[in-house]
Design a protein around this ligand. Structure first.
Ligand SMILES: *Cc1c(COP(=O)(O)O)cnc(C)c1O
Length: 360
């Protein structure tokens, strides 16, 4: 009889064997500035309201497979015109996978830029789809000529652009993104995970392009634990994608809590505004530290570079501050670190610890 080990290595696809699992570090006890979470809970009165709603939630039943109330609230928030709808996902990660599965004909290509959100490439590997990554320019803007050339050559069925981009934090030129949408024979998805912190959005342009969808998540806006993302765009696209959605992908409790939170969307946007102000402050403090180069950000995090980034990352960790080490990943991110904007106290603790590490 074969050992488990040999069976596993015989049966699992080689590209899966070659993967390392998405690493989520242990964060207990740390000041957690690694995952772009909103550092604030909602006000006590809203917590009470949520608690009351959850107490009598019908958790004995399967969730509403088509939560029309929640979808209506999102449509309203986005001011979607007729003919457009939203599709809900268990986080936007699930929607990336669903989109890729839907268009993955033999030989189909998923295209994105690099460095960007790693799930685009990982999910193409998961489902056996070809992937093309176009390097960004040195300042992390789009390299438009190469982008257009690659689109012409590869004819990608699916293009993902994070707007603003993660982990670089910048917003690509709206005009260049428009050129990419116009030149693409396939579907272009603008991933607006950081919409609440950015100056611009493609939601108002949805009706203008037949091949455009906008994806958003509530994760970065104080609901990371709920796992709720959505795609917005033409009902014709969404009706096809709907067939691939697992019927109960968003549970009873996330639906219910998200409804309450969306009724209080201004509360969340106030938190986002506060985070934007603190981002400016943190960027200034960082830029004042000798040897630190900080990049402009339209998200709730800052990318910065420093000599010996891995040692700095570990030094911060020793001082109880957890951020994200990007050094050793993409070559354009050599010596780069990413810090999420936290509460003013957390940001202060981070700056003090960083100064301490750098002067040690
Ligand atoms: C965080 C992030 C997501 C993931 O969102 P979830 O809804 O939590 O799955 C998607 N896209 C980008 C660019 C992100 O940074």
């Amino acid at each position: 009889m074969s050992s488990v080990f040999s069976l596993v290595h015989t049966l699992i696809r080689p590209e899966i064997l070659a993967l390392s699992a998405y690493h989520v570090p242990e964060s207990g006890g740390f000041i957690k500035l690694d995952a772009m979470e909103n550092p604030y809970l909602v006000p006590q009165s809203l917590q009470d309201e949520i608690a009351a709603a959850v107490a009598c939630a019908p958790i004995n039943r399967y969730p509403d497979p088509n939560p029309s109330l929640l979808k209506e609230k999102i449509r309203h928030l986005l001011d979607l015109p007729d003919g457009m709808d939203v599709l809900l996902g268990n986080g936007s990660d699930e929607l990336i996978q669903l989109l890729a599965m839907a268009v993955n004909k033999p030989g189909a290509v998923l295209l994105s830029v690099e460095p960007s959100f790693v799930m685009y490439k990982m999910i193409s590997t998961f489902i056996g789809m070809r992937y093309a990554g176009v390097p960004l320019a040195e300042d992390f803007s789009l390299d438009l000529p190469v982008m257009l050339e690659t689109i012409e050559r590869e004819k990608p069925a699916l293009v993902f652009l994070a707007y603003p981009n993660n982990p670089t934090g910048n917003l690509f030129s709206c005009d260049e993104v428009r050129q990419i949408i116009a030149a693409s024979p396939g579907l272009v998805v603008l991933d607006e995970a950081y919409y609440a912190f950015a100056r611009d959005s493609f939601v108002p342009h949805l009706a203008q392009y037949p091949n455009l969808l906008v994806m958003r998540t509530f994760s970065k806006l104080g609901m990371a634990g709920l796992r709720l993302g959505f795609l917005a765009g033409s009902s014709l696209w969404l009706a096809q994608l709907e067939k691939l959605r697992l019927p109960y992908n968003v549970g009873v409790l996330p639906q219910l809590v998200a409804e309450k939170l969306l009724d209080n969307h201004p509360v969340l946007l106030e938190q986002a505004d506060k985070i934007k102000q603190d981002r400016a402050l943190l960027a200034t403090r960082l830029s004042e530290i000798a040897g630190v180069r900080v990049y402009p950000s339209e998200a709730n995090f800052l990318l910065f570079c420093v000599e010996n980034a891995t040692a700095v990352f570990l030094g911060l960790k020793q001082r109880n501050i957890l951020i994200k080490n990007l050094n050793g990943g993409h070559p354009m991110l050599t010596n780069c670190l990413r810090v999420t904007v936290g509460t003013p106290d957390e940001n202060q603790a981070f700056i003090v610890a960083l100064q301490d590490v750098l002067s040690a």
